[in-house]
Design a protein. Structure first.
Length: 340
């Protein structure tokens, strides 16, 4: 019975944290607007993508998140245009959050191989919850390990929250390294269901960057001739700070065309000395000649929750880039950043 109490208490705490902070994705370069709106149009072409994340699958209750996006780069306006739809659902309280946003970026050329992207995203947010399913901490009898009273007791607020939001970002890159800064929730939208202006979503700041090292190329035999096979190693970081929490992701990605292998460590002691060793992340991806990419990653939990209890997290990504064969099209050097 005590184990059941602990699981219920953990779900309550995780629900509170999930809706006061952003969803965490592991393949953030395959989820570009989650990382930085300045990445709109960064392929120089037209791109479609979807992401899906299943958090803590070993628990009885599910927590899933998804993103779908599309963007296009216009040579005429030297700008990227995009649209993104994202959401998350948590079965314990049958709660959900959804967002739809429009993204714009401008690409400024600073030199032959130096570029600066400036981007912004305007969004509309919706949050819904069924109060009948919520259990308060005051309803838990710790001594007996039971729940006292019916779920939903003590809640009198609205079950829906609607708000506008704004994100912005910068991205600088050369042929071998990149650095970006992004800020999310600049309008600090209301997230409390109980009182007006009692609890707002804090601004999230993110610093990301890295360097790519080109390795000796290999050869691909297509039965008619040999073509160069790109081989490279990239090292990167992504630091995030939101409210009382901060976190650092450090990773490496090996590209052995068409295969991608990646590894991340997520965790950083916070300024409030809270435990923040979260997970080790392994990734595998493949890029097809058709422009279709697939990625899969698994988060192995190293937090106090533990891998056996949580089951870690599974994440999938699919992208398609429409390639232009027009010889008049002016191509820019590709970003040296992680592919996933």
């Amino acid at each position: 019975m005590m184990r059941a109490y602990l699981v219920v208490l953990f779900l309550i705490l995780s629900f509170s944290q999930a809706f006061s902070q952003d969803i965490q994705y592991s393949q953030f370069y395959a989820n570009p607007f989650y990382l930085n709106p300045a990445l709109a149009g960064s392929t120089g072409q037209t791109r479609l993508g979807v992401n899906f994340r299943n958090q803590w699958p070993a628990l009885d209750q599910s927590f899933v998140a998804y993103t779908a996006y599309a963007d296009h780069f216009s040579e005429k306006y030297n700008s990227g245009f995009g649209i993104v739809v994202s959401g998350a659902r948590e079965s314990f309280t049958q709660s959900k959050t959804n967002e739809i946003g429009l993204v714009y970026s401008y690409r400024l050329r600073l030199g032959e191989k130096r570029f600066l992207h400036v981007g912004a995203q305007g969004s509309f947010l919706s949050r819904d919850v069924l109060f009948d399913e919520i259990i308060l901490g005051t309803q838990l009898d710790i001594d007996k390990g039971v729940i006292v009273g019916e779920p939903g007791i003590g809640f009198t607020g609205d079950s829906q929250v609607r708000a506008a939001d704004l994100n912005a970002g910068l991205l600088y890159y050369e042929d071998k390294f990149w650095f970006g800064f992004s800020a999310f929730h600049l309008l600090e939208p209301q997230i409390s269901y109980l009182e007006i202006n009692s609890n707002k979503l804090p601004i999230k700041y993110s610093f990301q960057g890295g360097v790519r090292f080109n390795l000796a190329p290999g050869n691909i035999n297509d039965y008619f001739n040999n073509t160069d096979q790109e081989r490279s190693l990239a090292l990167a970081f992504n630091y995030k700070s939101q409210g009382a929490f901060d976190q650092l992701d450090i990773g490496a990605e090996f590209y052995f065309e068409p295969l991608i292998l990646g590894f991340w460590y997520r965790g950083l002691p916070t300024k409030y000395n809270l435990p923040n060793n979260e997970s080790l992340i392994g990734l595998v991806g493949i890029e097809l000649e058709s422009g279709l990419d697939f990625g899969y990653s698994f988060d192995y939990s190293i937090s106090k929750l533990g891998q056996q209890v949580s089951g870690g997290a599974h994440e999938l990504s699919v992208r398609y880039v429409f390639s232009s064969k027009d010889p008049r099209k002016k191509y820019y050097p590709p970003l040296p950043s992680f592919r996933y």
